[in-house]
Design a protein around this ligand. Structure first.
Ligand code: SF4
Length: 412
């Protein structure tokens, strides 16, 4: 690997070119409508169409996504003549990923992959690591190639890694509340593996209850393991040995209330099994939900408290974990639809959306009632403001309002 300090080969923060890329970023993702709404308490009324829109207090791009997207744009400017590879989607938003494809960035996996693999990377190339991070094994292989690495891993994800490393170093198995096949969780559990530690990924409270049953002796090891995908636990995972000392962590974008509940039930089971006086020897827990996820979940909770809107649009990529959890909160009090972009509102009768927990979008009829409507809006941490504004303009359009008229109304 080159060692010339004037030619760094590993970047973890801004490449110092924000002035050069800020215009392009604003043109691609900024929205005058959302800026207007922020300045007016998050509200945009359009009485002529009987519509009132209300934004959640926190929504859209988080600090980690901002940083990752900024660094990708900076990389394109800094290395105009080099091939730039991206390990997988930089964040879970189709608009952003498609824009990077247009900029000539080559995806190595996921829906935008070109067929090229890691084998194609040489020391002359630039490689972007997405905001979710990558496994310690992949990072080691890339370092060995000597290519230029632009690591956009979010600091909040690194914080979880440190926790999991600590658990492994202290002989605790990491039980991670997350999705075993999510990029972030794949990277997180690799930190335990790198320390010679073990892990088990539990997706929800029901899977955590299986762990509780095993700890309490009411479920045999074979039955416990049969309920988990092989990728959800470390190689050689032996429940009898590896569920005696447990440290709980979570994927940063899970539903915070569920993560806390999972830690509570596992901690209580270990205490019953080993006694309160030995609790610290058998159980550790650390809430690793990131503050951006927490703030967005709290904001939608606040929106539905009291009199909820007539319906809520939750905007974000269909593979975005945190967007799915915003839907889960929103739909507890009123009709709510998770849409990837404005085009999913097909007409006043039909909307294509991803129901909670579903694998693929479905079409629902009669989603937009007539008469006066108060519509709530929120968006996942990887959704640009432009996508939210487009959704508002689409609803107006479905009520017969021209987008240009709407923007004129804002400007006046
Ligand atoms: S959702 Fe949280 S962990 Fe993920 S990129 Fe944003 S701030 Fe970082």
């Amino acid at each position: 690997m080159p060692t010339d300090d004037s030619q760094p080969t590993y970047y973890r923060a801004s490449l110092g070119l924000m002035k050069e890329v800020s215009g392009a970023l604003a043109a691609d993702y900024h929205s005058a409508l959302i800026t207007h709404m922020r300045a007016n308490g998050g509200v945009f009324d359009y009485p002529a169409a009987g519509l009132s829109f209300q934004l959640a207090k926190e929504f859209g791009f988080c600090y980690g996504v901002d940083k990752a997207v900024d660094m990708a744009y900076e990389a394109r400017v800094k290395f105009p003549g080099k091939r730039i590879f991206l390990l997988t989607e930089i964040i879970h938003n189709p608009r952003v990923n498609k824009r990077l494809v247009d900029m000539g960035i080559v995806f190595l996996s996921g829906q935008y992959a070109t067929g090229l693999t890691e084998d194609a990377i040489t020391a002359e190339d630039v490689v972007l690591i997405p905001a979710f991070g990558t496994s310690s094994e992949t990072l080691a292989r890339l370092r060995a190639k000597g290519c230029i690495l632009i690591d956009t891993t979010c600091g909040s994800v690194v914080r979880v890694w440190k926790r999991v490393e600590r658990y492994a170093a202290d002989g605790f198995t990491s039980v991670v509340h997350g999705k075993y096949d999510h990029e972030e969780t794949i990277a997180t559990v690799s930190q335990a593996r790198a320390q010679g530690g073990h892990f088990l990924v539990v997706r929800d409270r029901a899977e955590a209850e299986r762990v509780v049953s095993f700890i309490e002796g009411s479920m045999p090891a074979g039955e416990l393991l049969a309920g988990f995908h092989p990728g959800a636990c470390s190689a050689g995972f032996d429940p009898a040995r590896h569920l005696q000392r447990i440290g709980v962590a979570n994927q940063t974008t899970m539903l915070a209330s569920e993560s806390l509940e999972i830690a509570r039930v596992i901690g209580a089971a270990l205490e019953r099994r080993y006694g309160r006086e030995h609790a610290d020897e058998h159980f550790r827990s650390f809430d690793t939900i990131c503050s951006a996820t927490q703030d967005r979940q709290d904001a939608i909770q606040a929106m539905i408290a009291g009199t909820p809107p007539d319906l809520i649009l939750v905007i974000g990529g269909y593979n975005s974990s945190n967007t799915g959890h915003l839907l889960e909160v929103a739909m507890s009090r009123c009709p709510a639809y998770h849409i990837q972009d404005a085009g999913e509102m097909l007409d006043t009768a039909r909307i294509r959306h991803l129901p909670q927990g579903a694998k693929a979008p479905v079409e629902t009829r009669d989603w937009l009632p007539g008469g006066e409507l108060r519509i709530g809006l929120t968006a996942g941490a990887s959704t640009p403001n432009r996508a939210i504004a487009d959704s508002i303009l689409r609803v107006l359009e479905l009520r017969g309002v021209n987008a240009a008229d709407a923007m004129e109304a804002i400007e006046s």
